[in-house]
Unconditional design. Structure first.
Length: 215
């Protein structure tokens, strides 16, 4: 009887080791699950940050302290052009993702480059707007309205700047290592971040600029 038990145990041991090896194999080959979860948690924390800034603007956005209002300051055609740049950058990033899924490295890099140019165009127009406002004496210290405006729009601009730096870094990594699993995962994370900024800007454009020109 004891020999039979030992034989059964010996036969079961390889199967147990194989199952354990399979479990570790699955864990080792799915690091993207933890990465994507962590990045989603970061985006949720960023949502809270922008929610606080939107609330601050909602409370302070009509406190002009005798200074200019949004209707007097905002150049809607310029802001509309800026919005178009950011919306187009999301479309071109989508083309980059499609190219990467087809394994076309060169096409992916081209679309990422176009995305970066649109992002730089957005930042250029935003900095032009800020410089014009400050030159007109409508800096962030002028009123609570302008303080909340610069805080909200400037924070979004800083995020776009970070996104462009990340995009350029990723382009170098793709050019050097190709469409590896790690680089594909980084492309996905940056895609979520870029589209998140697009959604936030639509809120800024509607809530700050369009409503700001209303009497």
């Amino acid at each position: 009887m004891s020999d039979l038990v030992l034989d059964q145990a010996a036969a079961a041991a390889p199967a147990a080791h194989a199952a354990q090896d399979d479990m570790f194999h699955v864990r080792d080959h799915h690091p993207e699950n933890g990465t994507l979860l962590g990045f989603w948690l970061y985006l949720m924390s960023d949502c809270l940050l922008f929610a606080v800034l939107f609330i601050a603007y909602a409370v302070l956005g009509r406190n002009f302290a005798g200074g200019p209002s949004g209707a007097e300051l905002f150049d809607l055609p310029l802001v509309g052009l800026n919005t178009g740049f950011l919306l187009l950058s999301s479309i071109t990033y989508g083309f980059a993702m499609l190219a990467s899924q087809r394994g076309k490295l060169g096409t992916t890099l081209i679309w990422l480059g176009v995305t970066g140019l649109f992002g730089l165009g957005f930042l250029g127009l935003e900095l032009t707007e800020f410089a014009h406002l400050i030159h007109e004496g409508a800096g962030p210290q002028r009123s609570a309205f302008l303080t909340s405006f610069f805080a909200l729009v400037g924070t979004h601009g800083l995020h776009v700047t970070f996104g462009i730096v990340w995009l350029v870094t990723l382009m170098f990594q793709l050019n050097r290592h190709g469409l590896t699993e790690a680089n594909t995962r980084r492309l996905m994370c940056l895609s979520m971040f870029w589209h998140f900024l697009d959604v936030i800007w639509i809120g800024v454009f509607t809530f700050v600029y369009l409503m700001g020109v209303l009497p």
